[in-house]
Design a protein around this ligand. Structure first.
Ligand code: GCO
Ligand code: MG
Length: 412
């Protein structure tokens, strides 16, 4: 099993995706997701210029050693570009190994610990009536857990709130459809934390009154609060029994989380922007979070995310892997296999890709009764249709950003 071909494929069906395809001399192929939203081509360059030349001629069966080699030999460790590139190699090697073994990947990771993965979808609305419709529409699509994001009076555009107008393609309003946001410059949105904090508890009260006590509800604070603001919000949301409050403060500061923890029992989820197990080490050890938000694509692959989850299991901390549409179907499927196998699975974020994406990436996962399953095809269970992929060249696309009313840049 010698790697004799490595291709980096960039395609933009509903949004940009970067995929690594490895082929071995005995005819096995493996796919890995290297998509870094808004900075895609930097990972393409890292892979093409620095990783592919090192892979050709190496043994595809040595997954752990290849990971350690790419991580340690570069000397310059960590960072989103490096780790997305290493992640793609790691996923592709696991795909190859499982295909060679004739097994779905979850079998190699220890076998299934459950029959399916509870998943949450993204409901949002500028106003309550829109939000309620969005929650109902998610329930109609079988979601049994819902993330709730709301507009805030006085703020025009907030990331995470779907708007029909922003969806150039028509159809159901979504906030992640890129075309409306594509261009040489990112879109500016506005923010005011005090207005948000005044408004949000009332929204959760209304949602609980309308949908009852059982429905698991989640909320993403998107790094926008100070520790004290997050502590206040967590406390005020306690009566509404959230499944989690995500990224309540900028994820880099462990001290901030300590302060939040001292004041609230609302469960906390952190880590979608983390790159290594080291980013999780102290907050897991100090039990400052309840859910690990890493994604295989941004954490350096299946190998390190599995280690992170094993470490987290010592502290009864569960998974809540990042699953927006900027994780490609390859990355999503890879983390479904991991989620099925580990003991401390919590929930999987699942936004659903667009129809064009599903034609480019042929997938074998299933979505039934609110549960995901990666399927039983050998490997990760995703193949890339090169003809379809070739129809959609890369398009420059940036994430939006926030400024306060006086023009100050703010976390978004
Ligand atoms: C989430 C996230 C995403 C990110 C996006 C950035 O919880 O799903 O916050 O919406 O913002 O993945 O690329
Ligand atoms: Mg998030």
């Amino acid at each position: 099993m010698i790697i004799d071909k490595a291709e980096v494929i960039v395609t933009s069906p509903d949004r940009n995706f970067v995929t690594l395809k490895l082929t071995t001399n005995d005819g096995h192929t493996g796919l890995g997701d290297a998509t870094l939203n808004g900075r895609e081509l930097s990972v393409v360059a890292y892979l093409q210029e620095h990783v592919v030349p090192l892979l050709i001629g190496s043994d595809a069966s040595r997954i752990e050693d290849t990971w350690q080699f790419l991580y340690r030999s570069a000397y310059w460790r960590r960072g989103p570009v490096t780790m997305a590139a290493i992640a793609a190699v790691d996923m592709a090697l696991w795909d190859i190994k499982a295909k060679a073994a004739g097994m779905p990947l979850y079998q190699l990771l220890g076998g299934a610990s459950r029959s399916g993965l509870l998943a949450y979808g993204h409901a949002s609305g500028k106003e309550l009536s829109e939000l309620f419709d969005s929650i109902r529409s998610h329930q109609d699509q079988a979601y049994r857990a819902i993330r709730v994001q709301t507009g805030v009076p006085g703020l025009k555009a907030i990331y995470g709130i779907a708007s029909q107008a922003a969806d150039a393609g028509g159809g159901e309003a979504r906030y992640d459809h890129e075309p409306a946001r594509r261009g040489a410059k990112p879109m500016q949105e506005d923010w005011d934390t005090r207005s948000y904090l005044r408004h949000l508890p009332g929204v959760f009260e209304a949602v609980r009154n309308e949908f009852g006590p059982e429905l698991p509800l989640l909320h993403d604070g998107h790094h926008r609060m100070t520790p004290l603001q997050a502590a206040k919000l967590g406390k005020e949301l306690e009566p509404y029994d959230l499944f989690w409050l995500e990224d309540c403060t900028p994820a880099e500061s462990h001290e901030a989380l300590k302060l939040v923890r001292q004041h609230t029992t609302t469960p906390l989820a952190i880590g979608e922007v983390f790159n290594t197990v080291w980013d999780f080490k102290d907050i897991v050890r100090d039990q400052l979070i309840d859910y690990v938000r890493g994604a295989v694509t941004h954490m350096g692959g299946i190998t390190p995310l599995k280690k992170t989850m094993e470490y987290a299991s010592l502290y009864q901390i569960k998974s809540g892997f990042h699953g927006p549409t900027d994780i490609s179907p390859v990355g999503m499927a890879a983390q479904m296999h991991l989620g099925l196998a580990i003991h401390n699975f919590g929930i999987q974020e699942y936004m659903q890709h667009g129809a064009k994406t599903d034609e480019v990436f042929e997938q074998s996962f299933t979505w039934q009764n609110g549960l995901l399953h990666p399927g039983d095809e050998p490997g990760i269970g995703v193949e890339l249709n090169a003809d379809e992929a070739g129809k959609y060249p890369y398009e420059q696309a940036y994430l939006p950003y926030n400024r306060l009313a006086d023009g100050t840049m703010h976390d978004w």
